[in-house]
Ligand binder design. Structure first.
Ligand code: GLU
Length: 210
């Protein structure tokens, strides 16, 4: 179990993410992190420990700005509670950030495949493998010249998430953002809770608070 929060809109994302994580902390409290997108760059802050003793202090000392972001408070299943194992996790390119609640059961097979392809992993989590898998599918769309969006049809980031999840055995609630598409935040779930908040010019993702 863990807590996920996502924000996309006109306000600064970080304070909203931190406050959302505080409210979801009962779902997981061994570590926490945020990733925020600004000027087509992702900045992440991650810290072992409770939010107010760890992440909130890190963010106060080293603020990150942007109007799109993801946050996560973790209850570790794969890899011990450490700064490195905290979410969000990035793909191989560093362009894509993922938060995840659940377990990727076939992560070891997928990880072997990406290690053979020369990928580097920074954590011991199943979630980082999922980030690399989504990044791989997004890269295939990029290589085929299909990662741009005309405003019609299924968004390429959504397509990449859908095709990646077709390879996954396990449970997930996820949030995904990408530096190429600062106006898009993708959520998906299977067997783990995830709710969408639709606002006026701003939208949210969150783990169910039940
Ligand atoms: N399996 C993931 C991990 O260990 C997510 C755990 C969670 O739901 O917090 O990092």
């Amino acid at each position: 179990m863990c807590g996920i929060i996502g924000y996309i809109g006109k306000q600064q994302a970080t304070p909203i993410l931190i406050e959302g994580l505080r409210r979801l902390e009962y779902r997981g409290y061994d570590s926490a992190g945020v990733a925020v997108l600004q000027n087509r760059e992702l900045s992440t802050r991650k810290k072992k420990g409770k939010i107010d003793e760890g992440l909130a202090k890190v963010v106060q000392a080293s603020p990150i700005y942007g109007q799109v972001g993801l946050g996560h408070t973790r209850w570790a299943t794969h890899g011990p509670p450490t700064d490195e194992n905290s979410h969000p996790h990035l793909d191989e390119s560093g362009k894509l950030a993922v938060v995840h609640n659940g377990v990727i059961e076939n992560f070891d097979t997928l990880k072997d495949r990406f290690l053979k392809a020369g990928h580097t992993f920074k954590s011991a989590t199943d979630t980082e493998v999922l980030a690399h898998l989504i990044g791989h599918h997004y890269q295939m769309l990029t290589d085929a010249g299909k990662a741009g969006w005309s405003g019609e049809g299924t968004h390429p980031l959504t397509k990449a998430v859908m095709s990646a999840l077709g390879e996954v055995i396990g449970t997930y609630g996820i949030g995904v953002i990408c530096t190429d598409h600062p106006g898009i935040m993708v959520g998906a779930r299977r067997g783990s809770p995830l709710i969408v908040g639709v606002g006026d010019g701003e939208h949210f993702l969150a783990s169910d608070a039940s």
